[in-house]
Design a protein around this ligand. Sequence first.
Ligand code: 5RP
Length: 240
Amino acid sequence: MSVKDHKLAAARRALGFVEPKMRLGLGTGSTASLFVELLAAEVQSGLSVLCVPTSEETRALAAKLGVPLTTLDETPLLDLTIDGADEVDGELRLIKGGGGALLREKIVATASDRMIVIADESKRVDKLGTFPLPVEVVRFGVTATRNMIEMLAHDSGCQGDITLRLARDGTPFVTDGGNYIFDCSFGSVDDPESLDEALKFIPGVVENGLFLGIADVAIIGGADGVSVLEAHYGESAEAV
Ligand code: 5RP
């Protein structure tokens, strides 16, 4: 089975958590897109749901497939968000934002009663930080903000390259919110909560890709099948 099969298996399992009339948050990325495709097939068969996408990319895909869409302004409370992740640790803490949608993803996930993460097994890590942490920043004063990130991350025990994300044409990548992203290669984040707090202190930082205490369930597809982990905040996640 390929990585895509593992993602698909996780997405398929997540579909089992969807109930008629639910208000759903739709994530961004290749795994979330597989979920949108599966959901669209259910909608074609008569399932009634109303969805808020976490990016323009997901909005376009869902609209093309006929998934009923709304906005978070029209529907500010959601039942469930299903999204991918770049890393998932044993406490269901996440790094997200590889696709650049971390801000809307965090807004939508925290507006939801529950968040389910779907991922292939390569995303399951013991410690966060191998995947460079995306930090979304406003364009004004971007060098000063970068320097502040470096300084305060260092105080939280994190150091490494901090690089401005570029688009394919070599110009800075611009998020749906019109901001830039720094990818921070910290290698290993021993204290995600302290790093998150430090980053939130910086005025030019809009949001960072640490999702702490947000995910309720992680569905991981792998060579041995699908495993479902549930968060018990204050304890380690438990396989169910
Ligand atoms: C986008 C994200 C994605 O969920 C994350 O990058 C995982 O993507 P994929 O499913 O393609 O591996 O956070 O901002």
